[in-house]
Write a protein that binds this ligand. Structure first.
Ligand code: IPD
Ligand code: CA
Ligand code: CA
Length: 261
């Protein structure tokens, strides 16, 4: 059962997310995106990333001024109670190219660090993936569940690559090791949607090195509430070290394969 406060947080996230998604759609076409680079020459940020984060922050903190905020494009605001974790555009490279896989990701966690709400909006398709703690996962009001594929050799696995060249080279070696052991590999370009696609049985598993909480927090709740498993290598929480996710049947096999190297 989802409690009334959690519903209130979900409604607020959906309001902020809808405004953000509308703004991103309007900005995509015919406007100068003012592209800059961040951690490496391949890591882009546009003025739309920054402006979208402001829109989300103003809506969330306008309604709940004492909440904390962790966003990819701004300084952290701490709080001992609810904290919002936001990626204004997950999949910026796709957004810049018009490759139709980019998302707004918004999560709310409580003072103990439990994620209460996760919302990921697939902006191009206007699809809303969301979950509340113990309340299940949904895609546009329809309940979703992970696949029941039960062998890694039959599993469709998604992954992503870092913006850092050295990390990428090592990630390519992992892919080379996995490709002969699975049905196929996908690299869609937005970690939050990789997790949602797993939750909706569009893939069977996912892993990636180097993610941040704004990439995985909302998607992790959506996978778990859809019956899937998400962890790192050394704990039951995803982390920068590694995020591994899967339906419960193939998760262990995937984790064991990733442990090897
Ligand atoms: C990136 C995307 C990508 C993943 C990168 C992320 P951004 O986020 O989620 O799929 O492979 O690790 O940094 O930069 O587009 O918000
Ligand atoms: Ca991201
Ligand atoms: Ca981003």
């Amino acid at each position: 059962m989802t409690n009334p406060i959690t519903y209130e947080l979900l409604n607020l996230a959906q309001r902020a997310g809808a405004q953000a998604a509308d703004y991103i759609r309007q900005s995509r076409y015919g406007h100068d995106l003012e592209i800059q680079t961040k951690s490496s020459p391949t890591d882009m940020v546009t003025k739309v990333d920054k402006e979208t984060e402001i829109i989300i922050k103003e809506t969330l903190l306008g309604a709940r001024p004492h909440d904390g905020f962790i966003g990819e494009e701004s300084d952290e605001i701490t709080s001992s109670e609810i904290t919002w974790v936001v990626d204004p555009i997950d999949g910026t490279t796709n957004f810049v190219y018009g490759f139709p896989v980019f998302a707004v990701s918004i999560a709310a966690r409580d003072g103990l660090g439990h994620t209460l709400v996760g919302l990921v909006i697939d902006v191009y398709h206007d699809d809303y993936f969301y979950a509340t703690l113990d309340g299940g996962s949904f895609l546009n009001n329809r309940s979703i569940a992970v696949s029941n594929t039960n062998s890694l050799s039959q599993a469709l696995i998604s992954t992503g690559f870092s913006y850092d060249k050295t990390t990428r080279i090592s990630q390519a070696k992992t892919v080379a090791r996995l490709i002969g052991e699975v049905r196929d590999i996908r690299r869609a370009g937005a970690a939050s949607l990789d997790l949602c696609y797993l939750a909706a049985a569009r893939t069977d598993g996912y892993y990636e090195v180097g993610l941040w909480p704004w990439d995985y927090e909302a998607g992790t709740l959506i996978v778990r509430e859809a019956g899937g498993v998400v962890s790192s290598l050394t704990s039951d929480q995803p982390s920068q070290e590694l995020t591994i996710a899967g339906n419960p049947n193939i998760y262990k096999e995937l984790r064991e394969l990733l442990l090897v190297g």
